[in-house]
Design a protein around this ligand. Structure first.
Ligand code: NCD
Length: 304
């Protein structure tokens, strides 16, 4: 039985296979409409979500399976003090595969240790978010046609942004990746991500607070929201929340084939005027999330 807790649990070859499968699903959806007949996905969301939870549910329904779950801790027995281990022991009796989001780093790993069925990490605190990374990779593949020799800029909350940590881990395995880290001093990439992903793989990277100075170099710009829910005090959040706001004028010196990604939700960090720019990929990215999760569910359930 395989779980997906960290993106590095998938080899680059397996990622290629998932991308190919998702592409085939996009082109031939009817061929997949009954692949998961009789299977049940449980979505255990202890934190808010729109895209991740609904795309998982949409993915399972599109495969002919069914879904159950909860979308807030308050409506589960967690509110009575039940442990993650006991919740998962229970839900794995009612389902064939589980997607879990939790505010505590490591909770989905604990869940995997107690589950009778595969567990997918749908975001754990400020740590990781591997299925967003699969979505990002499918987007990058479709926009650029490759994963190697790309300069990827990450901008915003690199400290708490779990999607950033997982995507940096994934991109660090490809040849010629260059990483540009743009954030306020207080929201810099954690040193463990630098050590375990960038330095370990000899990835060339720079850190700056100035987005405009690095804009011309970027093939991909990954914008992120300042993660309000992870701050210890509201004052710091208010001071930092508008550190970067991408507007059309800031894109004038960008490459004509730049791809702008964002895991969403967007708050203020990309002005709506940018949505019309052909380089804005974040709504295409949303769509890919459904198909890559279909491919992943099939893989973890051992269905071809
Ligand atoms: C992200 C998350 O939950 O980490 N959202 C998502 O899953 N698409 C990004 C965020 O909340 O800022």
């Amino acid at each position: 039985m395989r779980h997906l807790i960290d993106i590095l649990q998938l080899t680059p070859e397996e990622i290629d296979e998932l991308v190919a499968k998702a592409t085939d699903i996009i082109n031939h959806p009817a061929a997949y409409a009954h692949k998961c007949d009789g299977k049940i996905l449980a979505t255990l969301f202890f934190e808010p979500s729109t895209r991740t939870r609904l795309s998982f549910e949409s993915a399972m329904l599109s495969l002919g399976g069914q879904v159950l779950g909860f979308s807030e801790a308050a409506s589960s027995s967690a509110a009575k003090g039940e442990s993650v281990a006991d919740t998962v022991r229970t839900v794995s009796c009612y389902s064939d595969i589980i997607a879990m989001r939790h505010p505590k780093e490591g909770a989905p790993l604990v869940a995997a240790m107690h589950s009778l069925v595969p567990v997918i990490n749908a975001g754990d605190g400020g740590h990781n978010h591997p299925t967003q990374t699969l979505t990002d990779l499918l987007t990058i593949h479709n926009e650029k046609g490759r994963f190697d020799h790309l300069t990827v800029g990450f901008c915003g909350d690199l400290k708490f942004g779990r999607t950033v940590h997982s995507l940096i881990s994934a991109m660090s395995r490809y040849e010629g990746t260059r990483v540009v880290l743009v954030s306020p001093e207080e929201l810099k990439l954690p040193s463990y991500v630098k050590t375990e992903a960038l330095k370990k793989n000899n990835i060339e990277y720079i850190q700056t607070t100035d987005l405009s100075s690095v804009m011309p170099e970027l093939d991909i710009l990954y914008m992120t929201r300042v993660q309000r829910e992870r701050f210890f005090n509201e004052e710091d959040y208010l001071r930092l929340k508008d550190s970067y706001i991408l507007t059309p004028d800031k894109l004038t010196n960008a490459k004509p084939d730049l791809s702008i990604l964002h895991p969403l939700p967007r708050v203020n960090e990309i002005s709506v005027a940018v949505d019309k720019d052909p380089r804005a990929c974040y709504f295409k990215q949303v769509r890919y999330g459904r198909y890559i999760r279909m491919a992943l569910i099939m893989k973890l359930l051992g269905i071809d």
